[in-house]
Design a binder for this molecule. Structure first.
Ligand code: AMP
Ligand code: GLY
Length: 424
């Protein structure tokens, strides 16, 4: 079967890498893809925000299955359009993608179905928001309702900052995504990501991971899309996984069914493990980036049948094998990220890093020209490794990074620190 992956990041490189090992994939395409993806799939420069363009390509290239990586095309309804044209695709339809596309939608669902999450209220009027803030404890969390490229969450330390944030967001700092806000209680605990596949009824747990969102060592500095991750996350004990499924995932899947917008795809729960147990911080309607890289590294089964079964409602027939090893990904980003950074700088030494045992360098923002690789994004590479322990995986990751010659890039030096503290 010919398969098309939509997206251009490290997540999509990881998906293409997994799909390229599938028994049943004949020709693999990725739109638009990146320099690393072009080594394993044919990259096609489609404007994926236009469903017609994607459909035309699928028809002319006999595509049998589409895997949508990022949230934006899901929230815009790409899977709805493909399905209407009879093309099976992995990912939720527009109505279900609202779990990520509208934080207010997600919070109201939690309230209605008793799913543990931070206490909250929704506002579109600044005066009402400030009256509410005056009654709340600080710090407090203020979120733009819509998609804001991972930047729409602000933690205000005091009332003055909180009031200013309300004015900024409702005043258009995130454009239309901030026409409405959610103000919610600040949760304390350890964060973890939990991924499941669901076909709308059946649930297949995948794995747990822990992301590192802050740009600097010791979780300092501004938030990014994620500077590194590892899987499994030790804070997600079997008991905590069980509780997360029973208290959060199952009621959500049932609620979406109940509301007439069944959720099909990968459901990524961002959790806070609090003293009272797991609480939902947010849902994402796609694989995490860079968490997908460590999930695909640990997956020991053909991924295509699982993705197809998710789309066609036969997930109860699927089981997946996972490596016992820990996997880690360390992100290399362009100097200056998440602020402004230089583009088109050359990256050398990738072959030496890739040649190391248990190492694969997944690309997030690169292009390939005349057999040379150039950085084109903020997050540029994800050096992905395995090890019996997170400590061992981390050593391999930093040994591989030492072989990469790219003075215009940097990485965090402490990815995995929470797990490594536990392993000591
Ligand atoms: P999100 O974009 O919703 O994942 O939020 C980004 C980050 O903000 C999360 O990974 C958390 O670190 C933090 N965050 C979001 N909501 C809360 C909350 N209610 N309490 C504490 N931290 C939060
Ligand atoms: N790494 C966080 C995310 O994919 O949302």
């Amino acid at each position: 079967m010919n398969v098309l992956v939509i997206g251009s990041g490290g997540r999509e490189h990881a998906l293409c890498w997994a799909l390229s090992r599938s028994q049943s994939v004949e020709n693999l395409y990725c739109a638009p893809g990146n320099g690393g993806i072009s080594d394993m799939a044919a990259c096609v420069p489609l404007d994926v925000s236009h469903s017609d363009t994607v459909l035309d390509f699928c028809q002319s290239h006999n595509i049998g299955f589409v895997v949508v990586g990022p949230e934006a095309p899901l929230v815009d309804g790409l899977v709805d359009d493909l399905s209407r044209a009879g093309l099976p695709a992995f990912g939720p339809r527009k109505g279900a993608a609202a779990l990520e596309g509208s934080k207010g939608f997600m919070k109201d669902l939690c309230r209605e179905y008793n799913i543990p999450t931070a206490a909250y209220e929704r506002f579109s009027d600044a005066t009402a928001a400030k009256e509410y803030l005056a009654t709340q404890n600080m710090p407090i969390v203020i979120k733009a309702d819509g998609l804001a490229a991972g930047k729409g969450v602000i933690i205000a330390q005091n009332l003055e900052e909180a009031n200013a944030t309300v004015d900024d967001i409702l005043g258009g700092m995130f454009g239309g995504a901030g026409a409405e806000i959610v103000i919610e209680e600040f949760l304390t605990g350890e964060e973890a990501s939990f991924f499941v596949l669901t076909d709308g009824i059946n649930i297949l747990p995948l794995a747990t991971a822990q992301d590192h969102k802050a740009v600097g060592d010791g979780d300092t500095g501004p938030n990014t899309g994620g500077m590194g991750a590892y899987s499994p996350a030790p804070v997600m004990t079997d008991a905590m996984i069980e509780r997360s499924i029973e208290e959060i995932i199952k009621p959500t899947v049932a609620a979406m069914q109940d509301r007439g917008c069944p959720y099909t795809g990968v459901l990524y729960a961002g959790l806070m493990i609090t003293d009272q147990g797991p609480k939902l911080i947010e849902y994402n309607v796609r694989f995490g980036d860079p968490e997908c890289q460590v999930l695909m590294a640990r997956l020991d089964s053909d991924i295509l049948p699982a993705l197809q079964a998710t789309a066609d409602g036969t997930l109860s027939d699927v089981s997946l094998k996972w490596k016992n090893d820990a996997a880690m990904v360390v992100v290399l980003a362009a100097n200056g990220y998440p602020g402004s950074y230089e583009k088109n700088t050359e990256i050398k030494g990738l072959d030496d890093a890739n040649a190391m045992e248990d190492v694969i360098v997944l690309h997030a923002g690169t292009k390939k020209e005349n057999d040379r690789y150039y950085a084109t994004g903020g997050r540029v590479l994800g050096v992905t490794t395995f090890g019996e322990t997170v400590t061992k995986a981390q050593k391999k990751a930093y040994d591989a990074i030492a072989k990469i010659d790219w003075p215009e890039g940097f990485c965090r030096k402490d990815i995995g620190w929470r797990a490594i503290e536990r392993e000591k």
